[in-house]
Write a protein that binds this ligand. Structure first.
Ligand code: IDP
Ligand code: MG
Length: 138
């Protein structure tokens, strides 16, 4: 059993597709181990995306991620990290496969509706960034 962090980004919340996105996770065998709707400050977003701080889009990305509420979710299941990345689709929605969340809902490469951890080490760090042990019920 593996855990991964998903974030429904501000554009996904604004488009009112939170339920639709969660439904896709559940239909693909991922369980919700923890979930909450929160608003990131600019510095919360900068901390979360610290790995990208040298990238040219860092300022714009962290403005976007802090402009409105997000839904943070711990997904649990067999191969949850790669399964979630498959359901999400490619970073750039123009390159995302048919039927993926980003293909169906993303606006562009930045406002791409969902985040998903990319490896077990990042999943652990990212889950701990938002949730304490009491909040993760499995
Ligand atoms: P990922 O979310 O598919 O793992 P990353 O390369 O880790 O993609 O980038 C993190 C986030 O930064 C993306 O989801 C997207 O919101 C944003 N991003 C990535 N590349 C670009 C870009 O070239 N321009 C603007 N924003 C970008
Ligand atoms: Mg990434």
């Amino acid at each position: 059993m593996e855990r991964t962090l998903s974030i429904i980004k501000p554009d996904g919340v604004e488009k009112n597709v939170v339920g639709e996105i969660i439904s896709r996770f559940e239909k693909n065998g991922l369980n919700i181990a923890a979930m909450k709707k929160i608003k990131l400050s600019k510095s919360d977003a900068e901390g979360f995306y610290a790995v990208h701080k040298e990238r040219p889009f860092f300022g714009s990305l962290t403005d976007f991620m802090s402009r409105g509420p997000v839904v943070v979710i711990v997904l649990e299941g067999e191969g949850a990290i790669s399964k979630n990345r498959e359901i999400m689709g490619a970073t750039n929605p123009e390159e995302a496969a048919e039927g993926t969340i980003r293909k169906d809902f993303a606006t562009n490469i930045e406002e791409n509706t969902v985040h998903g951890s990319d490896a077990p080490e990042t999943a652990e760090v990212e889950i701990n960034y938002f949730f304490n042990a009491f909040e993760i019920t499995g």
